[in-house]
Design a protein around this ligand. Structure first.
Ligand code: SF4
Length: 521
């Protein structure tokens, strides 16, 4: 097994990035699916910008539309072909528009994309994202569609130029692929066997992010705690957490997702003993029935899963634990489902992503007997969602009165403008809407606000200010980095570390070049 190259991938300027009238062509990347795909899209954007394309303004129609697809989520094919159908009419009216389809659906469907949607110009897979600019150029030059799907990874995607969506927080891949064979999952087929990046490369990327102003990183892998399997160190993930925690400037480290079977106590120790690792764990349960776990080929059992939660909570009492659960896996009986409800009740998850099982072609579960009727799946799903909503609310109510440190984020609080609030994440990743009292300084995305939780709902917390006192803000390097990006986009110098303020009617008193928050949708 050869390892993909870790050397930086250089993307040459492309003549196709320049329109006939000399302006740079614009692009838009649309992402379906998980955090992996979101991060992959940052690399697609980085590759396109290295080639000379510029991001289209919000609401403007781009010259190049890239769809980064997902094959894991429900109705992936329906969503892709629906979007492509809509884009065809746009393309007919927009001279020179190109459409590219990449990611898991492209890897899986290969030439089917071009058969079903012949107006697509480029199809590329999960292993060759860096080829996108040259494929667009070839397609434009030849006036014909280009298809390139590789069966294995040649270079680590992390070696590609990356245009990050956030300055205060960054994704960092530690591995790609997965060695497990969960029977419902298409990922090993599409992303291949696990390939681990070298620890030094990962830590360097985190250092670079910190140098650019980020104070939060999220380590990404299909199965983060099997990290090291390729180079023979079973404790590599815990060591990586500790080493990342030493990097100056990094205040918040998160990771997703660990597999319960590979979750060892040294990782819990590393989490508890590394102050920058946040008290948060997202660990997929998938089912509470041991019989179904076996059929899913998930090699842990519910007792082991609950034991990990106990040990995490013994060392980090305030850890917020979330999970993924599939309802209606083939052969799931009422009794199996009751087991899931029982484990969920015991686990006290802060939140759960719950999914109704549906067939993924190409997976072993797709051809299993005893597929559960849709009506039964839906009825169980509703019961599970209702149970988890109740538990989420109860767990959130325990937060009322707690003082938390909220890192303000951009664009997460859709109603902030109307409610005079700002939105961010507490240490445990809970979503907190913080009231912005009249006259208070305004924190920037990436700044940290000390707030006391006053109200709880199942999916968010409120931190209101009963006495109207100004916010307690810690201005951070991440907020400074946000200022710089805002100033660059306005074409004016970044201001010194000053705060915008709020007028008595709750409007932001901000001027040109003063940091602003993106509020509303
Ligand atoms: S651990 Fe299982 S569910 Fe997760 S990516 Fe690997 S095969 Fe898929």
């Amino acid at each position: 097994m050869t390892s993909p190259s870790a050397a930086p991938t250089l993307i040459a300027p492309s003549s196709a990035a320049v329109a006939a009238d000399g302006r740079a062509r614009t692009y838009e990347v649309r992402t379906f699916g998980c955090q992996m795909n979101v991060h992959d899209s940052e690399r697609l954007s980085g590759s396109l910008e290295s080639a000379g394309y510029v991001r289209a303004d919000a609401g403007a129609e781009a010259d190049v539309i890239v769809i980064n697809t997902c094959a894991v989520r429900d109705n992936a094919a329906g969503k892709l072909y629906g979007t492509l159908g809509h884009l065809k009419s746009r393309k007919d009216k927009h001279e020179g528009m190109q459409i590219a389809v990449g990611g898991c659906m492209a890897q899986m469907d290969k030439d089917a994309v071009q058969t079903k949607a012949p107006w697509v110009d480029v199809v590329f897979g999960t292993h060759n994202m860096g080829s996108l600019p040259s494929l667009l150029e070839r397609a434009r030059h030849n006036g014909d569609a280009e298809l390139e799907i590789l069966e294995s990874l040649e270079v680590f995607p992390s070696t590609l130029p990356t245009k990050r969506d956030s300055v205060y927080s960054g994704w960092v891949s530690i591995s790609v692929g997965c060695n497990n064979t969960c029977t419902f999952c298409i990922v090993p087929h599409l992303r291949g066997k696990e390939k681990d990046r070298r620890p030094g490369d990962i830590l360097n990327e985190i250092r670079l992010l910190a140098d650019d102003g980020a104070i939060e990183v999220t380590l990404l892998g299909q199965n983060v705690n099997s990290y090291g399997v390729e180079f023979g160190d079973r404790q590599a993930f815990g060591k990586l957490l500790r080493a990342a925690g030493e990097i100056p400037g990094i205040e918040r480290i998160r990771f997703t997702s660990p597999h319960p079977a590979a979750f060892t106590d040294d990782v819990i120790d590393a989490m508890a003993e590394t102050s920058a690792v946040m008290p948060q764990l997202h660990m997929p349960l998938q089912s509470g029935s041991d019989r179904i776990l076996k059929a899913m080929r998930r090699s842990y059992r519910s007792e082991r899963f609950l034991g990990i939660l106990d040990r995490v909570r013994a060392q980090m009492p305030h850890a917020a634990i979330s999970t993924d659960i599939i309802v209606g896996f083939p052969g799931e009986t009422d009794e199996d489902f009751e087991d899931t409800l029982r484990v969920v009740e015991q686990a006290r998850f802060a939140s759960a992503f719950t999914f109704q099982y549906s067939i993924r072609e190409g997976t072993p579960a797709a051809t299993m007997p005893d597929q559960v009727p849709k009506a039964v799946v839906q009825e169980r799903y509703k019961r599970l969602a209702a149970l988890q909503d109740r538990i989420s609310l109860e767990e959130n109510q325990k937060q009322v009165g707690r003082e938390v440190q909220v890192m303000i984020s951009a664009g997460e609080g859709k109603k902030d403008a109307a409610t005079h609030r700002l939105t961010g994440r507490a240490e445990d990743n809970r979503l907190v809407h913080v009231e912005l009292p009249a006259g208070s300084a305004v924190p920037r995305p990436g700044d940290i606000v000390t707030a006391t939780i006053t109200h709880a709902a199942p999916f968010h917390l409120l931190a209101d200010s009963p006495d109207g006192a100004p916010l307690q803000i810690r201005r951070t390097r991440a907020g400074d980095a946000w200022d710089r990006t805002q100033a660059e986009s306005c074409g004016v110098p970044a201001p010194a570390s000053t705060g915008a303020s709020v007028t008595a009617d709750g409007r932001r008193a901000v001027g040109l070049g003063i940091p602003t928050l993106r509020v509303g949708p």
